[in-house]
Design a protein. Structure first.
Length: 147
């Protein structure tokens, strides 16, 4: 039952993402998007199982999601500035807060323009970031950026 729920959740997310990026929705689009999303969902579950990743706790999710839209706008500007200046960014580590699932936390961190989770072991994440300062999204899910 868990496998079916996971595949359905992935299918919904992938299909919704597909729908956002197309201009019109006809019957063929629904069928192609649904079939592709289902295939992607099965592959995503297989990758997750092979990696041994777990969702983990939901601590910090609410504040992180609340800060994400603002971080997306702010960090898009930071990324544009860094590209013009040819700034390479920096690597640093952060510790995922107790009760926060590392699996979804690194995904949400990487979904912002100014941070990318390069590696994760247990509750420590290696991040490539544009600045030394943790974003509001990062602060909501970690115990603070550590050098």
């Amino acid at each position: 039952m868990k496998a079916l729920a996971e595949i359905m959740a992935w299918t919904v997310v992938l299909w919704a993402t597909y729908v956002v990026f197309i201009s019109g929705i006809g019957p063929v689009d629904v069928a192609v998007g649904g079939a592709t999303a289902l295939a992607g969902a099965v592959a995503a579950r297989a990758v997750r199982r092979a990696s041994g990743a777990r969702v983990g706790g939901w601590g910090g999710l609410g504040p992180a999601l609340r800060h994400w839209p603002g971080a997306l706008l702010r960090e898009t500007g930071q990324l544009a500035t860094a590209a013009v200046r040819r700034d390479e960014g920096t690597f640093r580590t952060a510790r995922i807060a107790f009760g926060t699932g590392a699996g979804w936390a690194v995904g949400l961190l990487s979904a912002t323009p100014a941070a990318f989770a390069v590696d994760a072991h247990d509750d420590v994440v290696l991040l490539h970031t544009l600045t030394d300062r943790p974003s509001a999204v990062e602060r909501a899910m970690t115990t603070g950026g550590e050098r």
